[in-house]
Design a protein around this ligand. Sequence first.
Ligand code: ASP
Length: 294
Amino acid sequence: MGWAVAIHGGAGAILESLTSTHRADVEAALPELTEVAARMLRDGAAAIDAVEEAVVALEECELFQAGRGAVLSAAGAHELEASIMDGHTGGAGAACGLQTVRNPIRLARQVMERTTHVFVGGSGAEDLARAWELDRVPNAWFTTQRRLDQLRAHLADPNSGRPHPATVGAVACDRKGRLAAATSTGGTTGKLPGRIGDAPVIGAGTWADQRVAVSATGIGECFLRSGSARMVSAHMELSGASCQAASRAVLDAMPEASGGLIVVDQAGRVALPYTSQGMYRGWALESGGSGIGI
Ligand code: ASP
């Protein structure tokens, strides 16, 4: 029992491109990024605030592929998307097609707090970010050399290689047993302009209710077709399965190597299953224990 948090920095064919320097950087960053939310939860913060701040920190860290360091579309531009859900209130917010919003998860949270809508996109979403005075940056600010190299390789041979991780997320249970989930992404390398993945879709990439909080990463089309994040909760409700068994069953029912899920339940139990080669992840529990994995 007690608070619990898990974060992810994407799932996919991680090991193929992991140099020893990059591995060292990631292994140094993951505990710090997990601690962003853990510190807040330890101090009594609400789960919804902890997951938002964890995802902002992940968006700001260019090692991971959301916000700065996000992957590029086939047109060589960034189209960012994010969603957030508060399991305690049932509130949700999401945004897609963002080109200048520095922290897409902040816009998703504001959509949840300040509008009667759940999902905004494109120029209307950009207008809201401007009106609400969220930080905005030129689209090129999100670009890093690593993502340019990945796009070039993809465009040279779109069928080469397996998908690399391109999303970040966080799930948390706070001291009052409230759950929340947040997910942010640039999508997939070389995606068609206008393509929307699972990350901003409530029920596919993100879900939180009073039972469980879930953030997904992997091949978005698989998660969209399965409604995966919501499915974990439905599985728990209908079969009485634990969050570990339910999340594993949801992934096992999807195509091989689809990706991974981070999950926390109302008792502060965490599950981090994946079917891809790897998943950048970190977790911390009030009851003791923390860790990272690749
Ligand atoms: N799920 C993301 C998408 O398809 C990508 C990822 O998680 O790596 O947009």
